[in-house]
Design a protein around this ligand. Structure first.
Ligand code: AHN
Ligand code: ZN
Length: 335
């Protein structure tokens, strides 16, 4: 009895010695498995180029305000379609007519670039490309009916997605990715109009979510970018994102913090924003978050130049574009 016990113990001790002696040096050996895997993950995530993203903001604002039914809107649509077509595997231009809060019929286009369209494992990235027809939050009432340039509110999110598209074309991955540039997000009922109406914002995504470019379209999760270019932007846990997709919020914010962008991505709750992600969640059941700049310091809760004539390129900061773009790249490459 005791001799069996002893030999068993000796055997265990021998195993322990083998494991410890093999295990310890392995950790520092270049050929060992664990460190190599970690290194590979890091190397294969491309560097988001914020100069390139900034250039895409410049290109968009150069068309002037991108208000539906205008020449600038049509010209910018052609630029976005051509650019996204160059980078993606399949391009879909979804043209339709929707009705605005005041009865105006708007000719709109959702522009969709797909990577690996045959893969059922998909991620949906989106932003709105139209700009607001009225600066109804401008301090000067003279500007209440002036269309805005929308460097941040519109162009910034699109610019980050175009840069991601460019990087995906140079660094292919297996995961399916759809980049949707929604039209007519920003034609919502203005503050000077005395009529409370529902569902006047996000007309392009309302249409798409009920008429997706591919029948029964589904994605594992979605990320919407809105106002991602102001200096020192703060991205908080937006209400509907937490209601519909809390796990995606946590994953993205954790990724941002690990990447060193914790000064932008704050673990704080913020208000509910009626935006494109609301309809993607509600009508397509795709858990979708909104990375949107929210603050406590303004009456409307957004960046200081929101819906004013000062939403111009001078108020765009490359560092913010980088923080958001690099974070989204980590999420899609490491998923
Ligand atoms: C509301 O103010 C209800 N929604 C704001 C969504 C928005 C406007 N995003 C950009 N511009
Ligand atoms: Zn807006």
């Amino acid at each position: 009895m005791s001799s069996i016990y002893n030999s068993k113990n000796a055997l265990l001790l021998l195993f322990a010695i083998i494991i410890i002696s093999c295990g310890t040096p392995e950790r520092n050996t270049p050929n060992s498995r664990a460190p190599e895997k970690e290194k590979q993950v890091r190397i294969s995530v491309p560097q988001f180029n914020s100069d390139s993203a900034y250039y895409y903001v410049e290109r968009q604002v150069a068309f002037g305000p991108r208000v539906p039914n205008t020449e600038s809107h049509r010209e910018c649509a052609a630029f976005l379609s051509k650019t996204l077509e160059r980078f993606s595997d399949t391009i879909y231009i979804q043209k339709t007519t929707v009705t605005a809060f005041d009865g105006t019929r708007l000719d709109i286009q959702n522009i969709i670039g797909s990577f690996n369209p045959e893969n059922n494992n998909r991620i949906l990235l989106s932003a709105h490309w139209d700009t607001r027809p009225f600066a109804d939050e401008d301090p000067d009432p003279e500007n209440f009916y002036t269309p805005i340039e929308g460097a941040n509110d519109g162009a910034s999110g699109v610019a980050v997605l175009l840069e991601i598209a460019r990087l995906l074309s140079k660094n292919p991955i297996e995961t399916g990715v759809d980049i949707i540039l929604f039209d007519a997000e920003d034609y919502g009922v203005p503050s000077w109009y005395n009529d409370n109406q529902e569902d006047t914002w996000a007309l392009g995504s309302q249409y798409w979510s009920q008429n997706p470019h591919v029948p029964n379209y589904f994605a594992r999760f979605g990320i919407l970018l809105d106002m991602v270019g102001a200096p020192d932007a703060t991205f908080k846990h937006e209400g509907y994102s937490m209601y519909f997709a809390p796990n995606i919020v946590r994953r993205v914010w954790q990724t941002a913090q690990r990447a060193g962008y914790g000064n932008y991505f704050l673990n704080q709750r913020a208000g509910y924003i009626m935006d494109d992600h609301y309809y993607i969640n509600k009508n397509r059941n795709i858990p979708t978050i909104n990375i949107i700049h929210q603050v406590d310091s303004t009456p409307h809760g957004f960046f200081e130049h929101w819906h004013t004539v000062n939403d111009v390129i001078d108020n765009i900061d490359k560092n913010t574009l980088k923080a958001v773009g690099q974070t989204v790249l980590y999420v899609i490459f490491e998923n």
